[in-house]
Ligand binder design. Structure first.
Ligand code: SAJ
Length: 425
């Protein structure tokens, strides 16, 4: 039997040993799904501290249901955790790469984690293996980074589509795009994911089509958020309520709602478009809409900071409630609220920061003073955590000014609510 048939049979019989490189919010749920389906899975991490936590059933993710599932598969030994090493990797039949692909300070792709994973694979004979890249990259990256391994192997790209904090959309309930370097690779990846998916598999003709689809879907979101942020700035000037306008606009079938706010955070939406911009620049194709959209989003923290400064004077207590990049997650990466807080510090505004999902020590690590849920003269809504609906009553009295960075409040509270593109006075 040839290498293709051998691997295909192993996958169909669930005998294929699966390695998942990177056990974060993408890799860990994926590894658990395969382990729960009966595959023997090895999860690879870089740090011993992370390995110890995972073996104790501690995922570190906001979604606590992951911890329960993790403990079960660790106990059943269908998932084991290893520090990335060539021996264990060479024992895998499938290697799925789920490592971060951030951008540098200079907003260019940072592929060091991806290349580190590839370097280990390059040091072994990958004959008969299926390598899948789930990390978000621009077209041709998967081919460049993983396309020159030793041996007769298979290569596919299936960009992750996780929505952290989303209780309904899970790894296997979101349609999954798959593109292979050749049809055999696509078919093997399809056979693999079929075993865990409850939603459709969307096969495309190449690695690059899969990579480009991910770039388009996330850049679409970034640019449409920018559009509504720009409309919010004008609406505010014209004393028109942007949320009322959106409610009306979305009655049109072809309008897809996005909402203005303090800014765009996370490791996807403000980051991924810079990958396609970098490729476009190399190919001398200007993408003005993308570039300007990202800049428009990046101006939002300063816009909201301006409202705070205009209403602040020394001695007034200011509480920034919520510092994570979006509601009900414990992730602070690329958070626009961090940008806002640093702007306030530059302007000598005294404030404290409270977030139900972030410990005071982490808040201190970012250089801010941890606060608590208690009366404030100015309440700044940095993140619209669900629990704010309960907490705000302890913060707001009739004289409190609310700077609502996420348009959380639908009715006036305190003295007035200054939102983004709306005010409730
Ligand atoms: N945001 C707005 N206005 C909006 C929507 C979001 O300002 O209308 C802000 C959020 O507050 C956050 C940032 O943008 O700071 C990103 O929000 P997000 O809901 O897109 O959150 P993410 O980064 O967790 O996006 C994930 C992404 N998943 C992947 O990249 C695999 C993204 O593709 C999804 O579109 C998104 O979930 C989703 O649809 O929920």
């Amino acid at each position: 039997m040839g290498v293709y048939d051998t691997l295909h049979s192993k996958i169909k019989k669930k005998n294929a040993r699966i390695g998942v490189v990177g056990l974060g919010y993408v890799g860990l749920p994926l590894a658990i799904l395969f382990a729960k389906k009966g595959f023997v899975v090895t999860g690879f991490v870089r740090r011993e501290t992370k390995k110890v936590l995972l073996e104790k059933g501690e995922s570190g993710l906001s979604d606590v249901s992951v911890d329960k599932d993790l403990s079960a598969v660790i106990k059943r030994k269908t998932l084991r955790v290893a520090i990335t090493n060539k021996n264990d990797l060479s024992n895998q039949d499938v290697c799925i790469i789920c490592v971060p692909t951030p951008i540098t300070e200079g907003k260019v792709p940072d592929l060091q984690d991806l290349k580190s994973a590839a370097d280990v694979l390059k040091s072994i004979d990958v004959t008969g293996k299926l390598i899948i890249n789930e990390s978000t990259v621009a077209p041709f990256t998967t081919r460049e980074v993983f396309g020159t391994m030793q041996g007769e192997y298979f290569l596919a790209c299936s960009p992750e589509r996780i929505d952290p904090g989303n209780k309904t959309k899970k790894t296997n309930t979101i349609p999954k795009v798959i593109g292979g370097v050749n049809s055999e690779s696509t078919q093997l990846a399809e056979a693999l994911y079929t075993s865990i998916m409850k939603e459709s598999l969307v096969t495309v003709s190449s690695l690059e089509a899969a990579e480009m689809a991910k770039m388009l879907e996330n850049t679409y979101r970034a640019v449409n958020i920018a559009l509504v942020n720009e409309f919010a700035l004008l609406a505010e000037k014209l004393n028109i309520d942007i949320l009322e306008v959106i409610r009306a606009a979305k009655t049109k079938w072809s309008y897809h709602s996005h909402y203005p706010g303090i800014g765009v955070g996370g490791h996807c939406i403000p980051v991924d478009p810079y990958y396609i911009l970098s490729l476009a620049d190399k190919n001398k194709i200007p993408m003005h809409v993308v570039k300007e959209g990202l800049l428009a989003n990046e101006k939002m923290p300063a816009f909201v900071a301006g409202k705070i400064i205009n209403n602040y004077k020394q001695g007034k207590s200011v509480l920034v409630y919520g510092v994570t990049y979006k509601k009900d997650v414990n992730d602070i990466r690329e958070s626009p609220v961090v940008v806002l807080c640093n702007l306030l510090k530059e302007k000598n505004v005294t404030f404290t920061v409270y977030d139900p999902f972030i410990s005071p020590s982490v808040i201190q690590k970012y250089g801010f003073i941890p606060g608590k849920v208690g009366h404030a003269d100015i309440l700044v809504v940095g993140t619209d955590h669900t629990v704010l609906a309960r907490d705000y009553e302890k913060i707001v009295d009739e004289n409190t000014i609310v700077i609502d960075g996420r348009n959380f409040f639908s009715k006036k509270v305190g003295k007035k609510v200054l939102g983004v593109g709306r005010r409730l006075a």
